[in-house]
Design a protein around this ligand. Structure first.
Ligand code: SF4
Length: 530
């Protein structure tokens, strides 16, 4: 096999970044899979340059000019940036590959801008791509392994890439780790609900933690598991074997149902400093929050008691909600969330607007078949900048009105002060204040107000939201242009548009086979046409 010069770009920003918070935190958002690709490429004998793009780098300085193959890992919100970068490098003769959530969610669109689009990626699939490494244009090939890999290189194997990325994080440095993939729960809107749950092995957790203790005085680890602690005793046992209490801090996303009273002291003892349970709605998904048949105010009280109990053991808790679910109707869901905030002042609420990310979840097929998905450019699909599913039980104006009201309530000065008083530790208190007054709190509040006004005043916005026009309103085009900065000129023609119903169309026409499981022909076999 030819020795390739491989570039790997992990996009954690959707364009050039400016703010202080981005400089402090973006490098901590690095994904694991680009680092895994780097390890596997080196094992296959290739030269690798991995860049975590935090929004502050000049890519022409960072990536060697003689790159043969460029992998880009991206979430959908970075898709337009990824398309622009791919276009720039393809014009220089580089073969480009897209991986990550956007590739899994929107392969039909991404093949227009990349030579390869990877779904589930294991070592064999990667080696096929490396072996072939040839342009596929104008339409690339979408390939996927049958399932997630059963093992992944751990921290020790990825250390070179982790260390160079953490150098960009000036103060707080978070090491990305995985104990499991997939989730046994079946939340219909979630990309992980259809991925088989599997653990990655207690031995690897032990080895990685022991290794990290030789590298850092007090490592801070962010578990990237979709739902940490499903095999609670096995995972905590591995941590206890390897880490003396107090030597490592952990952050994890975990269902409330896994955070029982009996488990919390153990998490506390082992250094869990931040937990992010999903509540989602007061009227459904009760299995995640252990609220049985309760709903409405009864569920609020029960979940609030539970979260307050978690806060007695873990200093930082973010509770996640999805706004606009089909089970929600009228003012009650929003008012109940306000009551929850009153009863649980120490928790920071994270709100997501219901979004359908292409093929991510089975529910999206229903939305697409019902004509409820709007063609917002991927750039806006970060759960906040746009809700691309028409709400079932709200008008757009009525929905945004309630979202504005809820965010104003959440990020009012009395609420910020109450949260600060309820947080006993310094870092959680500061984090919550900074998040509230930054683009996340005040910024989103102003943005939602602006959208609400435009729905009244700008006919193009109203028609776009109502599905009467697919011409993107100037407000949104200007926003992408602004966010992409110098990359805007590299965005290929048509790169802002996509078929928002591609998943349903492929299912209806059996075109799924062109996107489904297949292998790339290894050289010197002839290339597969798509
Ligand atoms: S519990 Fe969390 S990770 Fe699991 S399916 Fe539901 S939303 Fe996804």
């Amino acid at each position: 096999m030819r020795r390739l010069r491989v570039g790997i770009l992990d996009l954690v920003s959707n364009g050039p970044a400016h703010g202080m918070y981005s400089r402090l935190m973006n490098a901590n958002l690095a994904s694991i899979m680009p680092q895994v690709i780097g390890v596997w490429c080196e094992e296959a004998g290739h030269d690798v340059r991995l860049v975590c793009y935090t929004g502050f780098e000049n890519l022409d300085d960072e990536l060697p000019s003689d790159t043969d193959l460029l992998f880009i890992g991206a979430f959908s919100e970075s898709a337009q940036l990824a398309y622009a970068i791919s276009n720039r490098y393809r014009q220089r003769g580089v073969v480009t590959v897209l991986g990550g959530p956007h590739a899994r969610c929107y392969p039909e669109d991404a093949v227009n801008y990349f030579d390869y689009v990877l779904g589930f990626t294991d070592k064999a699939l990667l080696n096929d791509v490396l072996g072939e490494c040839m342009p596929h244009r104008p339409v690339g090939v979408a390939v996927s392994a049958a399932r997630q890999p059963v093992e992944l290189p751990g921290v020790q194997a990825r250390w070179k890439f982790i260390a160079q990325t953490l150098e960009k994080a000036p103060t707080i440095k978070i090491i990305p780790m995985l104990a499991s993939l997939g989730c046994p729960y079946t939340c219909s809107f979630c990309i992980d609900s259809t991925v088989d749950y599997q653990t990655l092995g207690a031995d690897q957790i032990r080895d990685d933690l022991r290794f990290l203790l030789t590298k850092m005085k007090r490592p801070r680890i962010g578990w990237h598991d979709p739902n940490f602690g499903v095999r609670f005793d096995e995972t905590l046992g591995a941590i206890e074997d390897a880490v003396p209490p107090g030597r490592v801090d952990f952050i994890a996303e975990s269902s409330l149902s896994l955070l029982s009273e009996a488990r919390l002291p153990r998490l506390q003892k082992n250094g869990f400093k931040a937990l992010l349970p999903g509540i989602e709605s007061w009227f459904s998904l009760n299995n995640k929050s252990r609220s049985g048949k309760l709903d409405g105010m009864e569920k609020v009280r029960q979940v609030s008691d539970h979260v307050n109990m978690v806060l007695r053991h873990v200093p930082y808790v973010q509770t996640n909600f999805v706004l606009g679910l089909d089970c929600d109707e009228g003012p009650e869901p929003f008012e109940l969330t306000k009551r929850f905030l009153d009863l649980t002042p120490g928790a920071f609420p994270g709100y997501s607007l219901l979004s359908a990310f292409g093929r991510a979840a089975p529910l999206n097929l229903e939305f697409q078949r019902a004509g409820r998905v709007l063609p917002f450019p991927h750039h806006f699909l970060n759960n906040n900048l746009a809700m691309n599913v028409k709400p079932k039980n709200y008008s757009w104006s009525g929905f945004y009105e309630r979202v504005v009201d809820l965010t104003q309530y959440t990020f009012s000065w009395p609420a910020i002060a109450k949260r600060a008083i309820a947080n006993k530790s310094t870092i959680p208190r500061m984090m919550n204040v900074v998040r509230a007054v930054s683009s996340e709190g005040f910024g989103r509040m102003a943005y939602y107000q602006r959208v609400r006004e435009l729905l009244d005043r700008d006919r193009t916005v109203r028609e776009y939201f109502d599905g009467e026009s697919d011409a993107l309103p100037g407000f949104y085009t200007d926003r992408v242009r602004h966010d992409l900065g110098p990359f805007w000129n590299d965005l290929p023609r048509g790169g802002l548009r996509h078929d928002q119903n591609a998943y349903a169309h492929a299912e209806a026409t059996q075109e799924l086979s062109t996107i489904g499981v297949r292998t790339v022909a290894p050289a010197p076999a002839p290339a597969l046409a798509n």
